[in-house]
Each structure stands twice: as structure tokens, then as C-alpha cells.
Design a protein around this ligand. Structure first.
Ligand code: 5AD
Ligand code: SF4
Length: 474
């Protein structure tokens, strides 16, 4: 079960394996019972990615040599096996078939560097402690060899085939600038289903944004699985990061508002933080998933950051833009999450204060590293933690909405309200707003927020000479 208390729609990751041709896996095992057991585990871990066992090296899309170091000359046997596999790999490549070769077990552990030096056609070397990361390593190896797992056509093609002129549906437009993810969070299928991070070139993004603005878009939301990892080729031969792109987008006539989603804490660079204070069109709203407040769980999740980084980011972002609203994603009950870990999440929530959030009970996704981990949290415990978390998040969201009452803010008019004579729009913080009166769709109108209702704010149009907080600050 998942539940949201925020205005940003959550992505629903697709399961891997669906509609894929079967792939074949050959595992050769040397040594002790432990190695035989490990080979079985590796086969289990790879089965959800579509790998079925085979005995034939010619048929195998992936070969794992699970090695043993105990007997003398064992490693020499591995190297002679690898020599034969090199020929098989070449022959298959000539037929357009990819072969991933992995060396696992004690030889890999002891002689990893030597293997890579002597047998560079080996794609993966993994010690016994890292078997749970096999799906991630296979995805990386397949990409490095030129194949993009699960993706039938490269991201570039997909963008290239966008229609030349895109009709804008209204004043709010979405613009995909980035796809894929290289982060490999333990619980998440996106890196396997969507492939490697890919950033559209700056010129293509700017051209599409100009087109959208010319078609009537006033607010542009930049999209990407890891949108703040965007690093797009620029026309001068360099690479721009997101802050630079936002600065350029803000200059396009007609573009009144900019947003971007979804971001990763690790990719919030200094310039992007500064951009929040420097670009008036960049809305004071950021969806920045943290997932957990416990360093132990964050490490188990392979998030690549600690809770403290998130807290510092929240402080720095608010320093740059004091009215910034933060929203986030949380997972409760990741394998191994203790009551103390969950308390750490609750403390982080209290400390940051969120304007909205999505929170989920951990659910195992086949093929992801966490799916193979022991220490599952009992379902009843997950339920209790989710309830506790959501009640705090809901109270924070209500508090945020109530605190907006009385403020005069710019509202982007998106249509008519539910009742006759009403207009509907959205606040800088993505809250739905409705007010009695008339204003054209696409207008940015100052309104006084009067009441916080369960799912929206009601407002009155401010007198034309009344300054909004934004215009007063500008
Ligand atoms: N279990 C629960 N929640 C998940 N999410 C992604 N994978 C899982 C999973 N296996 C959540 C994360 C992510 C959001 C889009 O979905 O919180 O940020
Ligand atoms: Fe999934 Fe983590 Fe990538 Fe987000 S950053 S898409 S949660 S792997």
C-alpha cells in the first residue's frame, strides 16, 4: 500500500521482466558446498531478471564462474576457462549476441585486479559479500557493452521522434529533460527498467521550451527520474548543469514559472541551491525524496548520503529561499529497519517540516537487491509505522496550508472553478486555489488566500495595485 499527502504524483515503477525475451545463464561452480549454495543464490537473484539456466556456454547470455581458491592451481584453471569463454563471446558477438562474463567466489575476492588485467573481456568480478548487487552489476555491464537493458530503443531516439510542434494543452507544460537512473537504490526497479541516466542536450530543451511558451505555456515543469542529475551538452561544446539550464529557461519570453522533479539529494549542487534564491521564476517548491532518516537504513538502501546531508540541504535551500516548501518520499519497513531506525525518520520529519509527502510501505520488487535481503519487517509493524508517519506528515501539510492563509500570492489561472463565476489555479507551492471572479487562463493574478480547505485554498482576487509577496520581494 502507498499513500500520499502531497500534490506531486508519484511514479509507479514497472516490474522488470515483463515482455522480455528469456535470457540464458550458465553458472560453473568449483569448490565447497558453500560455493554450490552461493551459485544457487545467484541463479535465484537473476531469475526475476529473466535469466533461465543453461548448460551450454554458446547459448548463455551470461556466464558466471564461481571459483574456489583452496586447491593449488585453481586460479589457473579459471584463467584457462576464461580463455575459452573469450572465443565464445567473440563468436556470439559476431552474431549480434551479447555475453556478460562474471567471475565470482574466492578467486575473484583474492585476485580481482589480476583478473581484470589478464582477462579484460570479463565484465564483472564479484566477491561473496556482494552477490545481492548482481542485478545492478549486470545492468551496468550490459550498458557498458552497448546494450541498454529493458529499453527497446535508445533514449535519444525517443526524444528525436517527438512531434516537431507540440500543441500545449494549457498554461502548464511538462518537459522531459532527463531519463533513467544510475543510483541503484536497493528497493527500486527504475535503473533496470529505464536504463542509464541520459540528459537531453541543452539546445533541444531550450527549443522545446520556446515552442511550449509560444503555444501558451506559462509554467514549465522539467521532468526526469533524476532530474537534478541533468548534465546536458551545450552548444559551446561544454556541459551544463541544471542551474544553468534554469537560468536560460527563465529568460524565455512568456515563461513565468519553472519547477523540476524528481531530485536526488546527492545531486543538489551549490549552484542549484543558489538558483533557488536567484531565479524569481523558479517556484519556491522542491520535491526532494529522502526515503529514511536513519543512516543505517540509508546505507542499506544504497542512497549514498546520510540524514545529515538532507538536513543541511534543507537549511541551505531555505537560506537561499526562505519561503521554500519541501516535499518528500518515504519508505517504511525496508529490510532491517528497526524501531530505532524508524524513530530517526520521525525525528528527521519533525526537524525538516514538510509541506507534503508520499509515504510507502516497503514492498519487494523482483530483481532488486533489497528483495533478496533477510530481516523483513513484519507487515503489522510496517502498517503501524506508516500510520504514525502519515499522521505527522498530514499534520505538517495542514499546518503549512493554514499558515498560507492571509498571504497575498501570485496564482496561475488554469481554468474555471467548480462553481459558476469561479476561477481555479495554483499557488507557487502547487496548492490548488479557487476564487470568485474572472481572469483569463494563463494569467498570473495576485490573490489573497482566505481559507485552507481539505484539498484546496479559497482566495479572493487582490486589488490590482496590491503587491504580492513575490513582487514585493523582487
Ligand atoms: N517499495 C516501496 N516504495 C517504493 N518506492 C520505490 N520503490 C519502492 C518499493 N520497492 C517509492 C520511493 C520512491 C517513490 C517514487 O516510490 O519512495 O521515491
Ligand atoms: Fe530509484 Fe533511487 Fe534512482 Fe530514485 S534515485 S529512481 S529511488 S534508484
Amino acid at each position: 500500500m502507498s499513500s500520499s499527502t502531497g500534490p506531486v504524483p508519484a511514479a509507479t515503477p514497472a516490474l522488470p521482466g515483463a515482455g522480455k525475451p528469456a535470457r540464458k545463464l550458465l553458472i560453473r561452480t568449483w569448490g565447497c558446498q558453500m560455493n554450490v549454495y552461493d551459485s544457487g543464490r545467484m541463479a535465484d537473484i537473476l531469475a526475476p531478471l529473466g535469466y533461465a539456466p543453461t548448460e551450454s556456454a554458446e547459448e548463455a547470455d551470461m556466464v558466471i564462474l564461481n571459483t574456489c581458491h583452496i586447491r593449488e592451481k585453481a586460479s589457473e584453471k579459471v584463467f584457462s576457462d576464461l580463455g575459452r569463454l573469450r572465443e565464445t563471446k567473440k563468436a556470439r558477438a559476431a552474431e549480434g549476441r551479447q555475453t556478460v562474463i562474471a567471475v565470482a567466489g574466492c578467486v575473484a575476492q583474492a585476485e580481482g585486479a589480476e583478473i581484470t588485467a589478464r582477462a579484460p573481456w570479463v565484465d564483472i568480478v564479484l566477491g561473496p559479500q556482494t552477490y545481492h548487487r548482481l542485478p545492478e552489476m549486470v545492468a551496468r555491464a550490459s550498458r557498458a557493452a552497448g546494450a541498454v537493458i529493458e529499453t527497446d530503443f535508445p533514449a535519444e531516439d525517443k526524444f528525436d521522434h517527438l512531434p516537431e510542434a507540440r500543441a500545449t494543452q494549457g498554461p502548464v507544460a511538462f518537459l522531459t529533460i532527463q531519463e533513467g537512473c544510475d543510483k541503484f537504490c536497493s528497493f527500486c526497479v527504475v535503473p533496470y527498467t529505464r536504463g542509464a541516466e541520459f540528459s537531453r542536450p541543452a539546445a533541444a530543451v531550450l527549443a522545446e521550451a520556446r515552442q511550449l511558451a509560444a503555444g501558451g505555456a506559462r509554467e514549465i515543469a522539467l521532468l526526469g527520474q533524476n532530474v537534478n542529475a541533468w548534465a546536458g551538452a551545450s552548444q559551446d561544446g561544454g556541459t551544463w548543469r541544471l542551474a544553468r539550464l534554469l537560468r536560460e529557461l527563465a529568460e524565455i519570453p512568456g515563461v513565468a514559472r519553472l519547477r523540476y522533479t524528481t531530485s536526488h539529494p546527492r545531486d543538489m549542487d551549490d549552484d542549484l541551491i543558489a538558483a533557488h534564491g536567484e531565479i524569481p521564476a523558479l517556484m519556491p517548491y522542491l520535491h526532494l525524496p529522502v526515503q529514511s532518516g536513519s543512516d543505517r537504513v540509508l546505507a542499506a538502501m544504497n542512497r549514498g548520503h546520510k540524514a545529515d546531508l538532507y538536513l543541511r540541504l534543507a537549511d541551505r535551500l531555505r537560506e537561499a529561499r526562505p519561503d521554500l516548501a519541501l516535499t518528500s518520499d518515504f519508505i517504511v519497513g525496508h529490510p532491517g529497519e528497526t524501531a530505532a531506525d524508524f524513530d530517526a525518520t520521525m525525528r528527521l520529519v519533525e526537524r525538516v517540516g514538510f509541506a507534503g509527502a508520499y509515504s510507502f510501505k516497503y514492498s519487494a520488487r523482483p530483481g532488486t537487491p533489497a528483495a533478496g535481503q533477510p530481516n523483513a519487517v513484519p507487515e503489522a509493524e510496517k502498517d503501524a509505522r506508516l500510520q504514525a508517519l502519515q499522521s505527522v506528515l498530514r499534520a505538517q501539510q495542514d499546518g503549512f496550508n493554514r499558515a498560507c492563509v492571509g498571504r497575498v500570492v501570485d496564482v496561475l489561472v488554469t481554468g474555471t472553478g467548480r462553481h459558476p463565476g469561479q476561477v481555479a489555479g495554483r499557488s507557487p507551492w502547487l496548492q490548488p486555489v479557487h476564487a470568485t471572479g474572472a481572469a483569463p487562463v494563463g494569467a498570473v493574478v495576485p490573490m489573497t488566500l482566505r481559507a485552507a480547505l481539505p484539498n484546496s485554498l479559497s482566495a479572493t482576487m487582490a486589488s490590482p495595485c496590491q503587491e504580492t509577496e513575490e513582487s514585493a520581494a523582487a
